[in-house]
Design a protein. Structure first.
Length: 130
């Protein structure tokens, strides 16, 4: 897993026990962890991919608006939560590159902070729409 702050390690532990899809993202916008529920949506296994940079993530899935247009990383809820230092939500469609499968969901992102409000990244939970 490499060197991480204790808060990131604890968030990863918690996410591993949740049934809701969770992504843990660092300040560089790398996905440093995603749980088993997220694996099902992404079509990827964390044990096989490990950390995903923004570029690597785009090779595997696209984040779209309801109208099908791509949402740039800096316009999405993960970056917005990091920038504004509070929670952001947005309806998105996640499309896997491998098979084109699309899934409508609501992304809820909130900043991950250490003691003294030191910024560590963002946590994003995905609420799948039926």
């Amino acid at each position: 897993m490499g060197q991480h702050d204790i808060e990131v390690i604890l968030m990863r532990q918690l996410a591993g026990h949740l049934v809701v899809p969770v992504l843990v993202v660092n300040l560089g916008m790398d996905i440093v962890y995603y749980n088993e529920a997220a694996e099902e949506i992404l079509g990827l296994r964390f044990a096989e991919t490990g950390k995903l940079s923004t570029a690597e993530a785009r090779e595997h899935f696209l984040v779209l608006d309801a109208d099908g247009s791509a949402i740039p990383p800096k316009a999405g809820p993960i970056y917005s939560a990091m920038r504004d230092k509070h929670a952001h939500t947005r309806d998105i469609v996640l499309q896997r590159v491998s098979d084109g499968r699309q899934q409508a969901m609501q992304a809820v992102a909130f900043p991950l902070l250490a003691q003294g409000d030191r910024e560590l990244g963002t946590v994003c939970m995905l609420w799948v729409k039926p």
